[in-house]
Structure formats: C-alpha cells, structure tokens
Design a protein around this ligand. Structure first.
Ligand SMILES: O=c1ccn([C@@H]2O[C@H](COP(=O)(O)OP(=O)(O)O[C@H]3O[C@H](CO)[C@@H](O)[C@H](O)[C@H]3O)[C@@H](O)[C@H]2O)c(=O)[nH]1
Ligand SMILES: [Mn+2]
Length: 814
C-alpha cells in the first residue's frame, strides 16, 4: 500500500524540546518533593511522632479496607459445578451435547469497616486543630502537585501544523466533497438575529464550489424573527457572495467586514468603489429591516406575505411547544437559485425541530442530531462543520485547510475531525475576564494534538459525517473521493420539506441509538467534549489547526458573571465525564494513548481544584492572627524550595504568556480570573455535579448572552470589572478578599509592634500569600466600597461579605 510518490497535503512539525522547559520541569519537581519532605518532617510537634504513627496506621488501614472490599467481590457468590454422566450417556450417547447443572452456595461475609471511623474520631488530641490544619495544607499541596504534573502532559511535545491548499486543489478540485455547515442558535433575545445571519453569510461565502456547500440553521428558539432575518440574508447573499469572491475580501461576515474596512480598499478602482458602496447600502438596508423587526418584536406584515414559510408559525403555541418547522430557503439544485453573476448559490435551510413540553430536547446535542438527520436527506455532505451562531468565519480558506487534513492520502484516513481554536473578536486590550483562552489555544492544544488529538470543543470543527454518526475506525477504512460524491448524491429530485419533518420530531429518537452511539451524546452540559472523546475511543484521531489568520471569531461573555457561569457549566460537564463511565483513564484504556488520557484530565479535573484553592486562600490567612505558622521560617533553609517553586512556576507561566503574544497586564488579569473561577465557578460546578450524582438535580444549559447593555459595554471597553448583579458567586469573592484584607492589616500591625522581628521570621510566607491575594483583589475593594456606577457590588453583598469575614476571624481566633 505504501506509495513512494506520496506528497502529503499537510505537515506536522514538532516544537523543539526546549532545554529550559526540561530544567523547569525537573527543578520544580525536586522543589515539590522538598516541600513534602518539609511537611512530613515539621508536622507540629505537639502531636509529635505519635500523630504520625497514628496517621500511618490510618492510611494503612484505609488501604486494607479498600483492598478488603475489592477482595469481597470475588467472594460474593461463588459457584460449584457437578455433572451427571450416566444420564448424559442414556439420553445423548450418540450426539453428546453439554449439560451443566449449577448449584449455588452463597457465602456472604460482611465486616463493617468501622476501624477507619475509629481512627478519624480518635486522632491523638495533643495536636488537635493545628495538626488538622497542617494535614489540610499537606493535602492541598499534594493536589496542586498532582494537578501541575497533569498540566505538564500538555507541554511536553507541542506540534504545529501547516497545510498545502494548492496541492489539494491540483489533485482534488473536481472531486471536492460536499460540505454541510451546521449553525446553532437557541434564543433570539440573547443571540440577536443580525449576529446569527452574519455568521451564516460568512460560511456561505467560503472559498468553495457553491453547489457543494449547504448551510443549515437550527433555531431552538423557534423564532419567526430569526426566520425573517435568514430570509433577508438569503436575498442579500445574491449580492454578497459574488462581491466577496470578485474582490477576495476578508473577513466574509458583512458586519465584521464593514466595521473594519471603512472605505473601498482600492479607491483608485472606480468599479470597486462603486460596487463597494452599493453592497454597503444593501447591507445597511438589510440590517435595518432585521433590527426593526427585532426591536418591535414583530415581522412586518408586508414581509410576512412574501414567503409561505411564515404560515408555519400559525401552529406554534410557544417556543417550547410547536411542530417541526423546516424551510429550504435556497435549494442549490434549483436552476433559478443563482446570484447576480449567474453562479449557483449554496443551499440554505432553516430548521426549528419539534418541541413538546413532555419531551426533553437535550439542548445543543439534540439540535445537532436533528440537523444530522435532516441534512442527510437534503445534501448529505461528507464533511460537516459545526459552528455556534456567534462564531463567524474569519478566513474563507478554512474549509480547504480542513480538507487538506481529511483528504491526505496517508495520514488523513485516520483523522475524524479538525478542530480550530475558539477565538473572539470582542476581547479588550488586557482581556480582564481572561476570555481569550490564550494558554489553551496557543500552548495546551498543540500538546494535546501531539498526544493523540485535541478534544472537540463544539464550534469551529470539521467532522467526517461517518465518524460523527458512530463509525468505528478500521485499518482498511478508505474513502475514494473520486467515486464517493456520486454515490451519495440523491436522484437530483427536489427535496420535499414535508416528508423530512418527521426526522426532527420529538418521538423520532425513541428506542434508537441517537444520543448514545449515534451523533452527539446526550445528558452532559459539554456534549462536545464527551462526543469527541468517544470518537477518539473508537480508534480515530483528531488534529488541531491554529493558523495565523484565525479561522473563526466569536463573542466572549462580557459581564463577569456570564464568564463565571459559562465556566461553571464547563467545569461541571467536565467533572461529570470524569465521574462517568467515560472517565478517560478507564474508558480510554487501550483505546487512546496514555498521554492523551492524562491530558484530558487537565480539563475534566478543573472543578475539584476549588477545594484545595479555597483552603489555600482562606486558612493560612486566618491562621495569621493566632500566630500559627504554616510555612517554614525565613531563617530556615526549608524556605528555599517553597520560594523556588513559587518563583519558577509563576515565571514560567508569565513567560508562556508573553511568548504566546500576551501582555503582562493580561497575565495578571488571568491570574485573578484563575482565582475567581476556582473559588466560584468550579465550586458550584463541583457541588452541582455531586448533587446530580446523588440524584437531587438535573443539569441544564444556560445559554451565554451575546448582548450587553450600553453602559455595561462601555465599562467593558474601559476594562472596569462588572459586578452589578447580586449573586452568591460574588458573595464568595467579596468575603475571601475581605478576610484576606483583615488578616493582612492585622499581620502588618503584629510585625510593626514586634521589635525582635520574630513574627516576620515566622509568618513571612503566609503574609506574602495574603498580601498577594489582597493585591490581586484590589478591583473587588473598589467594587465594594469606592465605586458609584451600576457595575459596583450590590450593597447586600457588601454587608454579607463584611459580616461573614468578621465571623470567620472570630471563629479563627477561638
Ligand atoms: O438548547 C440549546 C442551547 C444552546 N444552543 C447553542 O449552543 C451554542 C453554544 O451556546 P453558548 O451559550 O454560546 O455557550 P458557550 O459556553 O459559549 O459554548 C461553548 O461550550 C458549549 C458546551 O458547553 C459548546 O457546545 C459550544 O460549542 C462552545 O462554544 C450556541 O450557538 C447556542 O445557540 C442550542 O442550539 N440549543
Ligand atoms: Mn458561545
């Protein structure tokens, strides 16, 4: 099979193993070991050796108990077997089938593992609280170490990818596969129709044979306004597509284009200048139509009469209760569907799947699965692109880039999907909410790619239809692009909307494998990650492609609360996967490489970080008042590993940021958001997952708002933190920052009053930690006490936080 003339369609380069990185890794690792040595050696001496012996006994017995539980599984229900040979001979002498008679002899032995409980209750009392606080520090540091080791798996061996679109075109221009683009929208109030149609227009304008391109919009809001907007866009596309192609403009979302290019690119060219103005005028008209309808909440009567599609809304009683609405706005096979230059237009379809209150709709996963079925009947593209409605295509070449991977003769066969990074076009200069996902996009996903493939992150991802529909990888899997297109094309008949509608009905999936083995998986708030993981576990790999010109640009959440809620959904969904049967180290064993299993855990274990972090930002500070020292004295050599690990870790992280074209201020903001997310989003995600496991709650999907009030946007532009809404998340943030402020002030007082500077010697590291927390929380104090605008902390939160912080200090002192 090896082809000597094989010239690849893409290339992979390993990043140079940086000596500095290795040094960093080894030295921090040694530092961590020293920290643990310190923790063990310096356990508060009140408890002394006895405490440790006791803890040792505890751990040993915990192990014995767990192991004993394991061994019980083999004792639960043993069976013995007997046979009756004589009967066998009598009856079946000639044919001799086998007969077993089972006699079951149950043997239940249950020893309640009470020993462990006894250990916990009777921990030697000399050390008491101090010992326990110390053990808490130990466990937090153990967690941080393990987690840091996990994150290293994504840094070990990053790779960069490059494509050769000219070769693709030379070899395959005539037989390029059909591509279906799925755009999802859910709610026209938080996802404005104008934004959605801009996304649709940008993907319609891909540099690709239009007769092979189909765009589907799934509207989970079932909104007439959205349909109206799409209808307007289908008309505008007749002008927009030829314009894009003629002048090769980028980006191809009209809104993004006209807001960056304020005058014709080539003023000297009168033809271009005139066309530019005409198109801009047409766009402004369309924008006005759509915005007017959105603002009044009604489609104008005249527009309604122009298209039969609006009649479908006669049967809609609410967005949660309506039959399937399916409208093919442009049918690419219709000879009349052409643009102003007589070129075929891409197929354009509007779908609002059936919704009934008694059926669970499974959020985005449900929407994508309905699209998979409907599109298989209409265009049946071999390749599927999924994009969120707020993510316009920023580069008309991305589609061909993706095909370079999927169509490569040797390595392409095994690739199930090509994931582009999630980038955003509303990030402010220093990215206050750390929305840009810079380190994930520029560092970690490159490493995951080398480890076996990035996860599927829901948007900007090109899939093979087959793999999304559950196909397993086999060595002999090979698509012959020269015949495949013809095979799948239907008779060329005009597709009828009515018969297709049942494919998107509520009852269609009953008793089928949809949502389990076929299509996107149900029941998880991060349907994308779990679906990608299971594709990889079926033997496929994925690739990550991060070109200079970003492939897609989306809308990042602007108020702080939105960002935190989004991360709550992510961390919750991720932890759910970890605790489910799909846990990568279990489910992926033997199916995906070990290093990929580990890399997955970086994200799947986001949520549990909340515990160690909360401990670390609360307990050491509160202990300052008691004079309880939890870190080595400055005069002791043990302080060195602590300082080294702190400095090395943060220096490297800053270096990584700058090297990925970030700024110092942005890195600092990222550290703050890291703290915020860990103490709020992850905490809520963690507890909710546990509740869900226990069966108390069900997970939902809170759609992130893509619009903000004017004054909120203004503050965002100025990079002023937006609190505003009363939320328990803010209570936590405010309380932590106040508690640390009180501690720090108290500590300063103690240091000043202490003439021999013994306090400083003992508490320096604790004060450093506390002081850093105060500095990083400066915006919170501003929001609590100094700001007057609407984005400040609500006063209810200020009161709560002050009271809780004072109470915490009182409790800590006694
Ligand atoms: O019932 C629903 C809910 C959401 N969506 C769509 O799903 C997309 C993502 O929703 P959004 O509120 O923007 O969530 P994000 O957190 O920004 O989305 C990220 O995280 C999701 C998983 O949590 C992925 O599905 C997305 O692709 C990924 O961009 C949007 O286009 C929505 O219109 C639906 O179609 N139906
Ligand atoms: Mn989004």
């Amino acid at each position: 099979m090896k082809n000597d003339n094989y010239v690849p369609l893409f290339e992979t380069k390993a990043a140079k193993r940086r000596l500095a990185y290795k040094f960093y890794f080894a030295s921090v690792f040694i530092g961590l070991c020293l920290i643990f040595a310190y923790r063990v050696i310096h356990l508060p001496s009140q408890g002394g050796v006895e405490t440790w012996i006791w803890i040792g006994m505890f751990i040993s017995e915990l192990w014995f108990t767990l192991h004993w539980l394991l061994t019980q599984s083999a004792r639960w229900n043993p069976v013995y077997r007997y046979t009756f040979k004589d009967r066998l001979y009598q009856r079946y002498e000639k044919v001799l089938p086998e007969v077993d008679v089972f006699v079951c002899m149950p043997d239940h032995t249950v020893e309640p593992p009470l020993i462990v409980v006894v250990r916990v209750i009777h921990l030697p009392s000399q050390g008491e609280v101090e010992t326990w606080i110390w053990i808490g520090m130990f466990i937090s540091e153990l967690w941080f170490t393990l987690y840091w080791l996990l994150t290293q798996s994504a840094r070990w061996n990053p790779v960069y990818r490059y494509t050769f679109k000219d070769r693709l075109s030379q070899r395959y221009e005539k037989v390029l596969p059909k591509v279906d683009v799925f755009v999802c929208t859910a709610d026209h109030t938080v996802e404005p129709p104008l934004m959605v149609v801009n996304t649709v227009l940008s993907v319609m304008a891909y540099d690709y044979p239009t007769e092979k391109l189909s765009v589907y919009l799934s509207d989970d809001g079932g909104s007439e306004l959205m349909f109206h907007a799409l209808l307007e866009a289908s008309r505008f596309s007749k002008y927009w597509l030829p314009f894009c192609k003629k002048f090769k403009i980028e980006p191809r979302s009209p809104e993004a284009y006209f807001s960056t290019v304020l005058q014709p690119v080539n003023i000297d060219d009168p033809v271009m200048a005139e066309e530019w103005s005409t198109i801009k005028k047409l766009y402004e008209d369309m924008k006005e139509q759509i915005d007017n309808a959105s603002n009044s909440g009604q489609v104008p009567e005249a527009a309604r009469k122009e298209h039969k599609g609006f009649q479908e809304w006669d049967l809609v009683s609410s967005r949660r209760d309506h039959p399937t609405i399916l409208q093919i706005l442009i049918d690419g096979r219709d000879p009349r569907a052409v643009d102003t230059e007589e070129q075929t237009l891409p197929t354009l379809v509007y779908l609002a799947r059936e919704k009934r209150p008694q059926y669970h709709h499974n959020f985005k996963a449900g929407a994508l699965n309905a699209l998979l079925r409907i599109s298989s009947r209409i265009s049946n593209g071999l390749v599927i692109l999924t994009v969120d409605c707020d993510m316009f295509s920023n580069s008309s070449g991305s589609l061909r880039d993706a095909l370079c991977f999927l169509m490569d003769e040797e390595k392409g066969q095994k690739i199930a999907f090509v994931q582009f990074p999630q980038n955003f076009n509303n990030i402010t200069k220093n990215d206050i909410y750390s929305n840009s996902l810079r380190i994930i996009n520029e560092v970690e996903l490159l490493g995951l790619d080398a480890n076996g493939g990035p996860p599927y992150i829901g948007t900007g991802c090109f899939h093979r239809r087959d793999t999304l529909c559950g196909k397993k990888y086999r060595k002999d899997y090979k698509i012959d692009w020269f015949t495949e297109n013809d095979k799948r094309v239907e008779e060329g008949e005009k597709v009828l909307e009515e018969p297709c509608k049942t494919l998107a009905s509520c009852s269609y999936e009953k008793n089928t494998d949809w949502g389990k083995e076929i299509g996107l998986k149900y029941g998880c708030p991060v349907e994308d990650v779990i679906t990608g993981l299971s594709i990889q576990c079926r033997g496929w790999r994925s690739v990550y492609y991060n070109p200079k010109r970003k492939g897609f640009l989306g809308v990042a959440p602007t108020p702080l609360l939105q960002a935190l809620v989004q991360h709550k959904r992510w961390s919750e969904g991720d932890l759910q996967i970890f605790l489910s049967q799909y846990c990568p180290p279990v489910y992926g064993r033997g199916k995906i490489p070990l290093k990929l299993q580990i890399s997955y855990c970086i994200y799947l274990l986001w949520a549990p970080n909340c515990l160690a972090t909360l401990y670390y930002v609360v307990v050491p500070s509160l202990c300052i008042h008691r004079g309880l020292s939890l870190f080595p004295k400055v005069s002791s050599p043990w302080v060195l590993p602590f300082l080294y690990v702190i400095v090395a870790k943060y220096a490297y992280s800053l270096g990584e940021f700058l090297w990925s074209r970030g700024t110092f201020q942005e890195w600092w903001n990222d550290q703050r958001m890291w703290l915020y997310k860990r103490t709020t989003s992850y905490l809520f995600g963690f507890t909710e997952t546990i509740f869900k496991l226990l069966g108390f709650t069900k997970s939902g999907f809170v759609v992130t708002s893509k619009v903000a009030d004017e004054d909120v946007s203004l503050r965002y532009e100025k990079e002023v933190m937006e609190y505003g809404a009363p939320s328990p998340m803010f209570t936590i943030l405010a309380t932590i920052s106040l508690a640390n402020l009180f501690s720090f002030v108290g500590a300063l007082k103690m240091v000043i009053m202490d003439s021999q500077s013994r306090v400083f010697d003992q508490l320096a590291l604790q004060m450093l930690l506390c002081g850093l927390l105060v500095v990083i929380n400066l915006p919170v104090y501003g929001g609590l006490f100094f700001r007057k605008d609407k984005g400040r902390m609500p006063s209810s939160i200020t009161y709560q936080a002050v009271i809780i912080a004072i109470l915490a200090h009182i409790v800590a002192l006694h």
